[in-house]
Design a protein around this ligand. Sequence first.
Ligand SMILES: O=P(O)(O)OC[C@@H](O)[C@@H](O)c1c[nH]c2ccccc12
Length: 259
Amino acid sequence: MNILDKIIERKKQEIADAKSKISIEKLKDSEFFGRSTFSLRETIKTKSGIIAEFKRQSPSKGIINDQVSPLEVVSQYEKFGAIAVSILTDKDFFGGSFDDVLSVRNHINIPILRKDFMIDEYQFYEAKSIGADVILLIASCLSPIQVSEFTELAHSLDLEVLLEIHSKDELKYINKNVDFVGINNRNLKDFKVDLQHSVDLKNQLPNDILSVAESGIYNEEDFKFLKEKGFEGFLMGEYFMKNENPGQKFGEFISNVTV
Ligand SMILES: O=P(O)(O)OC[C@@H](O)[C@@H](O)c1c[nH]c2ccccc12
């Protein structure tokens, strides 16, 4: 069984447990449920930029950084000009939690992407209840019909949708309602990173779609290469997180590239 299958199997269990503890009606009582969200789409339409990620660990890298708090990191991401932050909420494989989002929501004024493996409607209500603005749909975990139904549900909750694809076969998941298409430079099944593969795929996207280059951007050259190819957004985590002070590292990086 590949790692993605393992994650999904575990996720199903986790969702079943969560549902038995907290009903959707209860999630709707959250102080964040009725808030109006920040739009990443509006920002990215007028300026490209970096979505900076808070990630403690990953299945491919093990522990990346478990010494820093989400608040200290994402506050600096915002201060130095991230257009949004991404926060992993998967616990077992990425060391994240809902608290990581909850603890920063009232302290930053840019969109938060709840980064998780979305496979059930329940998770969209969860995302809304913790104060997320954007959710990720990973094509390789879903069917095209699920992508279109989940997109509708997300929009009804005022959440924007980043659809992640990795291969040519997944182009069929794109529908005109998704807000952005992310091309993952990393293959989630074997963790290989290939930037050229992403550029080739980008060239096959519909013209009017906003695109985000995701993962494996490890230096300024990688960034410039992808920027030149026309991506509007850049999702970066490990490169910042592996430092003692990820926010500071982000600040240095962004001052050395043209976003
Ligand atoms: O840390 P990196 O290589 O900069 O990657 C960030 C982000 O793209 C990556 O965490 C990611 C992209 N898609 C995902 C899906 C699930 C979990 C994680 C991810």
